[in-house]
Design a protein around this ligand. Structure first.
Ligand SMILES: [Zn+2]
Length: 237
């Protein structure tokens, strides 16, 4: 089983506040070793509650603070929030352009994002849209100067991303050792406090238990105690 090499610069593109948890153990491990990381959050998560007394505008503010806390827990300083409404992401030139802009600005070697297609289970529309648009932004739009030429003219030179890692994939083929950062992944998840306010949770099981179990199962496949798994796509640079 292939273990992922640590890049110098990595960008995470994700749909909702807390989706970064899909790769949070990897991010925390890389940051510790000196990788520069940028988080790009696409929506404000303003529909992520069952509480009818929590208006979407207020929830968006709460979740922005939670996301800042989670980023700090992972040691990430560069957090970009695009602010699209929850459930409102569409594959548009505007959204793609914003991702192109961030890729050309930050110039990551690796982009991590949602798997855009899954056949074994349904995934959130925003997750599918984010994954698909992020991949398109990587290739060819961020790479070629005549795409988004107005960004090129403004000084954001084309950039070639070498690798995209997809979490939530049906067929993961690379693994990352998160044994040292498993606790940090759980802590980052717990920063998203609004997401743990739902009633009827099993009081005998902590949310971190599920997460550890999942990471342990992935780890078994790779000979590690705890792992995150991705499907890897490579691009010629
Ligand atoms: Zn999500």
């Amino acid at each position: 089983m292939e273990i992922i090499e640590r890049p110098q610069r990595a960008m995470v593109v994700f749909a909702h506040p807390d989706d970064e948890i899909g790769c949070a153990g990897t991010i925390a491990a890389w940051v510790k070793q000196g990788t520069e990381v940028c988080l790009v959050l696409c929506t404000n998560g303003n529909k992520g509650t069952e509480d009818l007394d929590m208006p979407p505008d207020q929830l968006a503010q709460v979740r922005a603070r939670e996301q800042q806390d989670a980023a700090a827990t992972l040691g990430v300083k560069d957090l970009v929030m695009l602010g699209y409404p929850d459930g409102g992401l569409e594959d548009t030139p505007e959204f793609r352009g914003k991702l192109v802009q961030e890729i050309r600005r930050f110039r990551p070697q690796v982009v991590l994002t949602h798997a855009p297609m899954t056949t074994l289970r349904h995934s959130h529309r925003d997750h599918r849209t984010t994954g698909a648009v992020a991949l398109d932004a990587v290739f060819p739009y961020a790479r070629d100067p005549w795409h988004y030429a107005e960004l090129t003219k403004a000084g954001l030179q084309p950039h070639k991303v070498g690798t995209v890692l997809l979490w939530g994939s049906d067929n993961p083929d690379v693994f990352s050792d998160i044994t040292e950062t498993m606790d940090q992944k759980v802590q980052a998840m717990m920063c998203h406090r609004s997401q743990f306010a739902r009633p009827n949770r099993d009081p005998n099981r902590q949310p971190g238990d599920f997460m550890r179990e999942g990471a342990r199962r992935q780890g078994e496949r790779a000979g590690l105690q705890y792992a995150e798994a991705f499907h890897k796509l490579e691009f010629r640079t």
